[in-house]
Design a protein around this ligand. Structure first.
Ligand SMILES: O=C(O)CCC(=O)C(=O)O
Ligand SMILES: [Fe+2]
Length: 479
């Protein structure tokens, strides 16, 4: 199976599977209780009988019926009791569990989920404490991490040699321990050991020393991971060997400038549009040159960006139509194609009417569902190799948002610094190529990781072929 965490569909399946298992577990408990109930009755009955009998054994056994019943009880009834005690009630539950376990996430999935969470932490610059208390922007529900959860995240980071996140999560673990949370899994000494090593690995000797001093306060002189000990009297670390190791601050891959820019845009920072330019963006009613289907009911067209031009159409597809498209895509993996259906035809027709482009040469309507952490890294929709195809390159992109996303999930244009927020029922449209057919590199874009919620989009990549008389060439290559 592929990435659980980013697929809401798969995660939903897991949720229902777990619900099923809980009800099967409850059946098992009921059966076990019933069995115990029966055994108790037995015990009580035998208790009364034998205590009465032992008061006057001779008198008791002097009655032939009592004598007969004692023999019978011991010969047959106790055997029945034995059978009852030995009866295994767990069969149904265990076999259910065995079957379902095939669908369980494994260690890799857990590591993947932990890494996805740290990716979100970086992209949205979330404080460890905010994640741990679960007070995420845009989220109304609360879900918090225990000390053990934090420790687990720290350990995942450590095993990936990601000392930056190890430190963040181990500090959080320590903090929650200090606040009085208890754990049978981890103690402050173990956490400090991780902290000392991760500070050392990052070349942060000052911090390493501080963690070591904290360890000393706990009566521990040696760091097991670092294999170093403190000199008790001088309270200084013995053997400050690598004093000259270069020290880096922040995340180890901080030089990935391009990714940083993408993440900045995702956070809603670094959008490059001056107020003066912004004032020239408008919202208008649009009927595509009095297109018969839109003269009476024009659509609301909003400028999202000027160069390259990105426009958004409001209320372009109804909730009912979007539900249908999601349903068509659901049984398949994301992204998937929404195959023939009257609703798909209607949406295609609308795209053609509004953009004025021929969509018979376009790719099929594609549907994607991004769960938590789901993203699409910066890319261009056009490609050189498409030029050779009969239908030509991807001249334009139509992107319909089929859900609101409470936090994260924007579409950002990394070259020009535009960010478009998903709004359910709206579609954005832009040209990837200049009228000359030359690719427009300013259209590089990405889907930001979803922080809270589930993002549904459907896109239509419109091709060059068929547009010859619909979009005219300019005189310059980049007209
Ligand atoms: O989902 C998004 O926001 C972007 C999708 C995209 O890049 C595309 O459809 O070409
Ligand atoms: Fe794209």
């Amino acid at each position: 199976h592929n990435d659980f965490f980013t697929s809401i569909g798969q995660m939903t399946d897991l949720l229902f599977m777990e619900k099923d298992l809980v009800s099967s577990l409850k059946d098992y408990i009921r059966a076990e209780e019933h069995k115990l109930e029966q055994i108790k009755k037995w015990a009580d009955r035998l208790d009364v009988l034998s205590s009465a009998a032992t008061q006057d054994p001779e008198g008791f056994l002097g009655h032939p019926v009592n004598a007969f019943k004692l023999i019978k009880r011991l010969n047959t009834e106790w055997r029945e009791l034995e059978r009852l005690v030995l009866r295994n009630m767990s069969g149904a539950f265990i076999s259910n569990l065995t079957i379902q376990r095939k669908n369980f996430p494994n260690d890799d999935d857990q590591t993947g989920a932990a890494k996805a969470m740290m990716r979100l932490q970086d992209t949205y610059q979330l404080d460890t404490n905010i994640i741990s208390t679960g007070e995420l922007p845009g989220s109304s529900s609360v879900a918090s991490l225990t000390v053990d959860d934090c420790y687990d995240l720290g350990k995942v980071a450590y095993s990936e040699a990601d000392y930056y996140h190890t430190e963040l999560w181990m500090v959080q673990t320590l903090k929650q321990l200090d606040q009085g949370e208890t754990s049978n899994l981890v103690d402050a000494i173990t956490v400090l050991d991780y902290l000392i090593d991760s500070a050392y690995q990052q070349g942060e000797l000052e911090r390493e020393l501080n963690f070591t001093k904290r360890l000393l306060e706990l009566g521990q002189y040696c760091s097991l991971k670092r294999k170093t000990c403190l000199c008790y009297f001088c309270k200084e670390r013995v053997g400050l060997d690598n004093m000259n190791r270069h020290s880096y601050r922040g995340r180890p891959d901080d030089d990935l400038f391009h990714m940083r820019k993408y993440e900045q845009l995702c956070r809603g920072e670094g959008i490059r549009m001056t107020p003066r330019r912004q004032s020239r963006l408008f919202c208008r009613y649009y009927n595509n040159n009095r297109h018969p289907r839109y003269v009476i009911g024009p659509v609301r067209q909003e400028d999202e960006w000027d160069h390259p031009r990105i426009v958004r159409y409001h209320n372009i597809v109804s909730d009912k139509e979007m539900e249908k498209v999601k349903e068509l895509a659901k049984p398949r993996v994301s992204p998937s194609i929404a195959y023939e259906d009257p609703v798909v035809d209607k949406i295609n027709q609308r795209i053609e009417d509004i953009t004025g482009l021929d969509i018979t040469t376009a790719d099929d309507l594609q549907v994607a569902n991004y769960g938590i952490g789901g993203q699409y890294e910066p890319h261009l929709d056009f490609r050189q190799e498409f030029e050779e195809l009969g239908s030509g390159n991807r001249i334009a992109t139509w992107l319909l948002y089929m859900s609101d996303v409470p936090a994260g999930g924007a579409t950002v244009f990394t070259e020009v610094g535009a960010a478009v927020q998903p709004i359910k029922g709206t579609a954005v449209f832009w040209y990837n190529l200049f009228p000359s057919g030359e690719g427009d590199y300013r259209t590089e874009h990405a889907a930001c990781p979803v922080l809270v919620g589930s993002k549904w989009v459907s896109n239509k990549w419109i091709r060059e072929r068929g547009q010859e008389f619909r979009r005219h060439c300019g005189l310059q290559e980049t007209d």
